[in-house]
Design a binder for this molecule. Structure first.
Ligand code: GUN
Length: 300
């Protein structure tokens, strides 16, 4: 069997297009322009690229991007003051603090200070709890993107056996909760899991977010299953001297066995920013007492 390729890049482009239409109607009908504040502390080069891309795409869908770039030596108190200001600013509907933060700042205190209805990352304990209870919540962008691709591929997920590889707060745990909310039977595997290949072989849906290049081989995967690869690892080819991005899944092997698979790059990656924009649109509507689902997220 040769797997069909799940084109996250095209799906995300369609979502951004639909969000741009929603934003334009929101401006016309209600005079509201969604605003997203992104806070970056320090000089991490990867984070700087992510933040720049988020700002560009925010503007491209007609929203306002507010970028706050603070120096590495910013104190926790100063960062908390900025969050407080953004929480109270009516033009900023979404607030994202780019992680990781410098070691002298306590991440948990920062995330907890963000107003839950502006928490477009879905990291605040109130949103985490609501999702775990199966209620509507701001949902972390990467797992939300994975879920949208899965639903587009499979329709209803009810009764499917799903394995989530990885238990991070950003991807693994919210992914497991989202799949549970969709009535899947969910297993979460991690670095201490025994008989991992057997777990993989058993499931209809495999979502991997462990950051181990090409770990999942063709014989790990159940024929016909749907494989979502969240991993992004840069590997160096000593022959060509060039770097290359690969996922957790050995694409050349697994694409011969699975029913459908996301490529890396071009699979889950572009969905993360599209879902951030969807969450920002939703936050701006809800803050103004309007129903805030975009065309692509209303059934979630
Ligand atoms: N760093 C890596 N991924 C993320 C994310 O999804 N949100 C934030 N705020 N920081 C990140």
């Amino acid at each position: 069997m040769v797997a069909s390729v799940i084109d996250g890049k095209a799906f995300a482009a369609g979502m951004r297009n639909s969000i741009a239409g929603d934003v334009s109607r929101l401006k016309e009908q209600h005079g509201i322009t969604p605003g997203l504040a992104v806070v970056l502390v320090g000089q991490d080069p990867a984070s700087e690229i992510y933040v720049r891309n988020k700002a560009r795409m925010t503007r491209e869908v007609g929203m306002v991007s507010f970028r706050h770039h603070l120096p590495q030596h910013t104190t926790q108190k100063e960062l908390l003051q900025l969050i407080e200001n953004i929480n109270n600013d009516p033009l900023m509907h979404g607030l994202l603090v780019q992680l990781p933060l410098p070691a002298h700042i306590d991440e948990e205190s920062i995330i907890t200070a963000i107003r839950p209805d502006k928490d477009v990352d879905g990291f605040h304990p109130s949103n985490v709890g609501r999702l775990a209870m199966g209620k509507s919540a701001m949902v972390p962008c990467t797992p939300l993107g994975c879920l949208m691709l899965l639903k587009d591929e499979l329709g209803s997920l009810a009764g499917k056996n799903a394995l989530v590889l990885g238990r991070s707060n950003i991807v693994g745990k919210p992914m497991a909760n989202l799949l549970l909310r969709e009535h899947c039977t969910v297993t979460v595997a991690h670095s201490r899991t025994r008989d991992l290949i057997e777990h993989c072989n058993r499931v209809d849906i495999l979502v991997s977010a462990v950051g181990r290049p090409s770990m999942i081989k063709g014989n790990w995967v159940r024929p016909g299953s749907v494989v979502i690869d969240v991993g992004i690892s840069r590997i160096h080819n000593s022959k060509t001297g060039k770097g290359r991005i690969v996922g957790d899944v050995d694409y050349s092997e697994v694409s011969q066995v699975a029913g459908a698979i996301t490529p890396v790059p071009g699979g889950v990656g572009p969905m993360t920013i599209a879902c951030l924009l969807a969450n920002t649109y939703r936050a701006s509507c809800q803050i103004h007492g309007l129903k805030g689902e975009t065309g692509t997220t209303q059934e979630l």
